[in-house]
Design a protein around this ligand. Structure first.
Ligand code: FE2
Length: 346
């Protein structure tokens, strides 16, 4: 039986590259590492050719200095073989667009800033084919998340509550609102397919977050079984309390991290991805999955811990924790009501 896996994905990648406004003659670099999904590399290359782009495929050595399985976690150092490779960096900086098919992406790395400053746009892709197809962005998704980011920009306070006891107030002053929509179509823009979310980087917050049964801990890719209460003071996790195994799991994570920066809150926001499947993580091999279904699910509240580029914290100890059933409000205006996304007027 011939391997049709790549051929089967060409149309999907063509649609995505079209959303990213890849046009005839544009310089498109498809970036991979030796263990990247080869069918993605092949399909993306063919899709780029179909759009008459000027396509180059580049493979950099794999490996990571982080002594943890760092593949598809969303928290790692990215492909560090780029760090001391000025030739590769100049290739990426010279591209109009980079399609990043490495396993970990460059989200919290210094290299990413250098690439984007050169006005290259970049799209990271790591989830399995069915997850990509189900969550293929729609052109209007960009306006939906931009409306949310504008609300954060104009707001003073983000208030998150839940029936389980979450009650957190985050200060939106200089919180650098942002968004992901799965489309990288502007020069210097980084995005992630799939993703549809609004987020900000509050410098301070206080109250408590109750992670409830059924919520998800990333990058562990586990569903919480027993409620965990985090007591937050000035953006810092002062206490982790509760009765079940997940409390001990989080305590051990912070103990092992041995890193003061790990206990600070990082980005937070809400998901707008309507076709996301909360249960995909239970059905796929963990290594194959990034977990963007969980991060982007419409009506979730996603908060995270560890790095905060605007507070000069650069730790790789990063937890993303998407939660269901929360109410999220900006200056009293609800954007998520008891886990249900409320669409903003466009
Ligand atoms: Fe994150």
């Amino acid at each position: 039986m011939p391997n049709f896996a790549a051929a089967d994905l060409v149309e999907l990648f063509r649609q995505e590259l079209e959303l990213c406004k890849v046009t005839e003659g544009e310089k498109l670099v498809i970036l991979a590492e030796p263990s990247s999904r080869s069918e993605y590399v092949e399909a993306a290359f063919a899709a780029g050719l179909a759009l008459k782009a000027n396509v180059i495929q580049a493979v950099l050595p794999g490996g990571s200095p982080v002594p943890l399985p760092s593949s598809r976690t969303g928290s790692g150092a990215g492909l560090t073989s780029l760090d001391n490779n000025p030739l590769a960096l100049s290739l990426l900086q010279g591209a109009d667009m980079v399609l990043d098919l490495t396993n970990e992406g460059f989200i919290h790395t210094e290299s990413l800033g250098k690439i984007l400053q050169a006005q290259t746009r970049m799209l990271f892709v790591a989830d399995p084919p069915e997850v990509l197809a189900r969550n293929l962005p729609k052109p209007e998704d960009k306006a939906r998340v931009q409306a949310g980011a504008a609300l954060l920009r104009a707001g003073k306070e983000l208030h998150v509550t839940s029936a389980h006891g979450t009650d957190l107030v985050a200060d939106l002053t200089e919180a650098h609102p942002g968004f992901q929509c799965g489309i990288a179509d502007d020069p210097g823009r980084w995005d992630h397919w799939p993703s549809t979310m609004v987020l900000g980087w509050p410098k301070t917050s206080s109250g408590q977050i109750v992670i409830a049964p059924g919520d998800i801990l990333l990058p562990f890719k586990t569903y919480v079984r027993d409620a965990v209460t985090l007591t937050i003071e000035d953006g810092y996790i002062r206490e982790v309390t509760g009765a079940g195994a997940d409390v001990r799991m989080l305590e051990m994570f912070f103990e092992d991290a041995d890193d003061e920066e790990a206990r600070f809150l990082s980005h937070m926001g809400w998901g707008l991805m309507k076709n996301a499947d909360w249960f995909s993580m239970a059905l796929y091999d963990r290594e194959s999955l990034m977990g963007m279904d969980a991060r982007g699910l419409a009506g979730n509240f996603l908060f995270s811990t560890g790095p905060h580029p605007f507070m000069n914290r650069h730790t790789y100890n990063h937890l993303d924790i998407p939660m269901r059933g929360c109410t999220v409000a900006v200056d009293g205006r609800k954007v998520v009501d008891n886990g249900v996304l409320l669409e903003l007027d466009l």
